[in-house]
Design a protein around this ligand. Structure first.
Ligand SMILES: Cc1ncc(COP(=O)(O)O)c(C=O)c1O
Length: 375
């Protein structure tokens, strides 16, 4: 298994901090905001009320119902609580989906660049990731025709992630529809849609894949939108035929998600709307600033990212080796950035900047980067 390089950058940065060096962290994909007070209160209350035991393996009914209401009010799609499996973060949800869906040798289409961990989940259950390059000039969106060309009898799933990590771009409704059209038969591949950055969209509108097809799995979680990374809560929405196999995996490997955190999840969905609006406004200010400053410094941004909290900038004119460049920036400019190669071969030559950090820190990070490049 390959390492998650951004974690290597972070760990080296932490080592330097222990030696007294001040680092500006633009490498980590984790909200810098505190978890909303209503969520923390609900977690504390749940502990006091004795929610410290196993729950139903699919998750608390109350939370699964709240997830259904959320998908209905946000996207107008109707799902039922017995299609929802609550997990300890969306990472175990990815594991459940691929474990249930893939036989050895089955293929899964993923974009290149993509979230660094996807291929490892697929390979761990002996599946075969099939990468499709996506390009800066398309805003890193899939070209549906390129997917069509790669479909084989072994293709079990087409993976989409919009807004995307690492690019921050959205897949248009039109392209989602075209991709959904490739999956409209019993034996057709499923779409697996990672919707973890939904809600963090600053221009345009994100769509759930369930608006276009129910031949799909949705992965989602509370880490990003509700700043709940350490609480570990996520879920899968699955076609009914797959729920029982995934439930058996959950029972054997994880038993259930954390009970008091599930209570906190209900509060997040029902009460944290205003907190999300506030965080979103701040992310958007940072996004605009970071994009304009990176362009000023000379990094390439063809289509401005409108979602998640990442800017994926072309740095090929500085170096073709993003790994070396990221570590050099860290050692010399004391700014943590994620190398594009972490996200697939087609990410080489790019750097991913996260704006999940304060505007002051972003200003300082951009100034340091400018001095490094001038220097
Ligand atoms: C695209 C994407 N999917 C899934 C995850 C996993 O998130 P978690 O396990 O915290 O829900 C991440 C985390 O960075 C991500 O960026």
């Amino acid at each position: 298994m390959t390492s998650f390089i951004v974690m290597d950058v972070l760990e080296r940065a932490n080592e330097m901090e222990r030696e007294g060096v001040h680092i500006v962290h633009l490498e980590v994909g984790e909200p810098d905001f505190d978890t909303p007070a209503c969520v923390k209160d609900a977690a504390c209350r749940a502990l006091e009320d004795g929610h410290t035991h196993y729950t139903h393996s699919l998750g608390l009914f109350e939370l699964r119902e709240a997830i259904c209401e959320y998908y209905l009010s946000t996207y107008g799609v109707s799902i039922e609580p017995d299609q929802v499996i609550v997990t300890s973060g969306s990472s175990p949800a990815i594991f459940l989906v691929f474990s249930a869906l893939l036989e050895p040798g089955d293929e899964v289409i993923i974009s290149d660049p993509h979230y660094a961990c996807y291929p490892n989940f697929i390979k761990f259950v002996q599946g075969q990731p099939v990468t499709i390059p996506v390009y800066e000039e398309d805003g890193f969106q899939y070209r549906p025709d390129s997917i069509k060309e790669k479909l084989t009898a072994k293709t079990k799933a087409i993976f989409i992630n919009s807004p995307s990590n690492p690019t921050g771009n959205l897949l248009s409704a039109n392209r989602m529809q075209q991709i959904a059209a490739l999956t409209q038969c019993e034996q057709c591949p499923y779409i697996v849609s990672d919707e973890i950055y939904h809600g963090l969209v600053y221009e345009g509108k994100e769509h759930s894949i369930l608006e276009f097809t129910d031949h799909a799995f949705v992965l989602n979680g509370f880490s990003k939108l509700f700043a709940m990374t350490g609480l570990r809560l996520g879920y899968v929405i699955a076609p009914k035929a797959f729920v029982r196999p995934m439930q058996k995996l959950q029972q054997n490997f994880f038993i259930s998600a954390n009970s008091m955190v599930q209570k906190a999840g209900v509060a997040a969905l029902k009460k944290a709307g205003q907190d999300v609006v506030r965080m979103k406004e701040i992310y958007d200010k940072r996004r605009r600033f970071m994009i304009s400053r990176l362009k000023e410094i000379g990094l390439g941004i063809t289509v401005e990212p409108t979602g998640a909290f990442y800017v994926f900038a072309n740095a090929r004119h500085i170096s073709e080796d993003s790994y070396k460049l990221a570590f050099d920036i860290l050692e010399k400019a004391h700014v943590g950035v994620a190398p594009g190669i972490d996200f697939g071969p087609n990410g080489e030559g790019y750097l991913r900047f996260s704006y999940a950090n304060s505007l002051d820190n972003i200003i300082e990070g951009m100034n340091r980067l400018e001095n490094y490049l001038n220097g």
